[in-house]
Design a protein around this ligand. Structure first.
Ligand code: ADP
Ligand code: MG
Length: 312
């Protein structure tokens, strides 16, 4: 009795299994992308190959391809996050090959760009700034002009070519730093490295380095950045030393070498000139102030940014 029961249940199970197997097989072979692959390679694929490779075909049909089943890279459903399968023929078998999916490619490209921007001082939110967002957020004419100028700078950039940067000025919170970030990101997309330097911190850092002999090294690095961006120019407590020994030589070098330089500042040119005229010591140093202004005007074109204060 028992024996018969056993074999009977085995039989049921195996028919069950067979049924499920057939069902699954049908499903897999009806999958659109599986069918496409089989059709495209019909001259090389035999029925036997299909039968032997069914588990691979099943795996292929169940995984997300071209990110079609995933909400985001973090939410990737595939066995290997960020990789999607491709069907290939290997000898007498159909096999899978996993490759980086579109979302992962974009993600990797972005981190590569972000590494390229050596902007030690810039807040993270600006690392994803784009010129498009900058314009979309406020369609004022002055924004259009800023975006036009920024775009042509990026398009026309070539190493060693004489090109004016921008001197972006305007009040606190209008998006000057954000625009620098957007330009840096557009440049990075073309593999052009830029460096954004937050001037008050930079000058503090240089001053602190006087004791340890790295002053020249730091200044050299800034001098030679293919595209240099001075953020918050004029926000530092200006000393004659910072003006004449640090900023002056950097600007002079960039002028002679035709190296594009950008600035952001709360001051217009007159305000900045005043800032450079009265150093910490309180003496009036008009000639020195005029000299540094000349360099800035040579390097950059002034552009007023207006709008609401976007800082909460
Ligand atoms: P500024 O440098 O002129 O003082 P910021 O560039 O720092 O101003 O901008 C102020 C705040 O508004 C920042 O938090 C910045 O990220 C945000 N911001 C500026 N412009 C935009 C924009 N177009 N889209 C989204 N956020 C922006
Ligand atoms: Mg700023």
């Amino acid at each position: 009795m028992e024996k018969i029961g056993d074999s009977l249940s085995k039989l049921t199970n195996s028919t069950d299994f067979l049924k499920r197997y057939e069902h699954l097989k049908n499903e897999v072979l009806n999958d659109k992308s599986v069918r496409l692959f089989l059709n495209e390679n019909s001259s090389r694929i035999t029925k036997e190959m299909v039968d032997k490779s069914l588990s691979k075909l099943y795996e292929f049909s169940a995984q997300s391809k071209m990110c079609d089943k995933c909400p985001s890279l973090d939410g990737c459903i595939n066995m290997m996050q960020g990789y999607h399968p491709k069907l290939v023929i290997r000898g007498n078998l159909i096999d899978l090959q996993y490759e980086a999916c579109p979302r992962k490619l974009i993600h990797d490209e972005k981190s590569k760009q972000q590494k390229l921007i050596q902007s030690l001082y810039v807040p993270k939110e600006i690392l994803s700034a784009t010129l498009e967002d900058f314009y979309q957020s406020d369609r004022g004419d002055y924004r259009m002009e800023a975006v036009d100028k920024a775009t042509s700078f990026v398009e026309e950039y070539a190493e060693g070519k004489k090109q004016k940067g921008l001197y972006l000025y305007g009040s606190f919170g209008v998006g000057k730093t954000y625009l620098l970030g957007a330009i840096a990101n557009e440049l990075a997309a073309k593999n052009i490295p830029s460096m954004i330097v937050y001037v008050p911190d930079f000058l503090r850092e240089i001053k602190a380095a006087i004791g340890d002999n790295t002053v020249n090294e730091k200044i050299e690095m800034i001098k030679k950045a293919p595209v240099l961006m001075f953020d918050d120019f004029g926000a530092e407590t200006m000393s004659s030393w910072a003006r004449d020994e640090v900023l002056g030589p950097i600007l002079q070098f960039r002028m002679l070498e035709n190296m594009p330089t950008f600035f952001t500042s709360n001051f217009d040119y007159a305000g900045l000139q005043n800032h450079f005229t009265f150093s910490q010591r309180g003496e009036k140093e008009e000639v020195k102030a005029a000299r540094i202004m000349e360099r800035i005007k040579y390097l950059a074109e002034p552009l007023l940014l207006q709008g609401e204060n976007r800082r909460a």
